[in-house]
Design a protein around this ligand. Structure first.
Ligand code: IDP
Ligand code: MG
Length: 157
């Protein structure tokens, strides 16, 4: 059974600079892909200061904002647009784990692989609405592919 785009949620995943530098890109994508999320766009890129400030606009003015912008622009990242059915964004956040890795559940990406909030390896949109906006900030329509995966019927009910 295939799912219409209307039933699908999108999330922007960023494999952050620390994860790329530590050689954890494959491990992080593997976990999200194995959970069932379907890749619709992916690129290796350098985040500009302008894009970083737009992406993290909700945190402007907070004490960690400047450090956050330097962190995300410090070295290349892998950005992915991923999709899944209802609840997929919440599921991806659970797989990623709590923002503060020392509080993240074992079994989550941050709970297994990270220690500190300023080096927490991965970004994932927090809500379906945020997912739509953030994917649009990072990807043009031409960079996103709607496709049917052969095993979708075994993952999406
Ligand atoms: P999230 O990435 O789990 O959605 P947010 O609260 O949206 O968490 O914060 C965005 C990013 O800002 C975090 O992933 C982390 O890299 C950074 N951050 C959040 N709070 C702090 C802090 O107190 N100190 C340093 N960095 C922080
Ligand atoms: Mg957030």
């Amino acid at each position: 059974m295939s799912m219409g785009e209307d039933n699908l949620e999108r999330t922007l995943i960023i494999v952050k600079p620390d994860a790329v530098q530590r050689g954890l890109t494959g491990e992080i994508i593997r976990r999200l892909e194995a959970r069932g999320l379907r890749i619709m766009g992916m690129k290796f890129m350098q985040v500009s200061e302008e894009l970083a400030k737009k992406h993290y606009a909700e945190h402007e003015g907070k004490p960690f904002f400047n450090g956050l912008v330097s962190y995300i622009t410090s070295s290349p990242v892998v950005a992915l647009a991923m999709q899944g059915g209802k609840g997929a964004v919440a599921a991806s956040r659970n797989t990623i784990g709590s923002t503060r890795p020392h509080e993240a559940a074992p079994g989550s990406i941050r709970g297994d692989l990270a220690l500190e909030v300023g080096r927490n390896l991965v970004h994932g949109s927090a809500t379906p609405e945020e997912g739509l906006n953030e994917v649009a900030n990072f990807f043009s329509d031409a960079e996103l592919i709607e496709w049917e995966r052969n095993n979708d019927a075994w993952i999406f009910e």
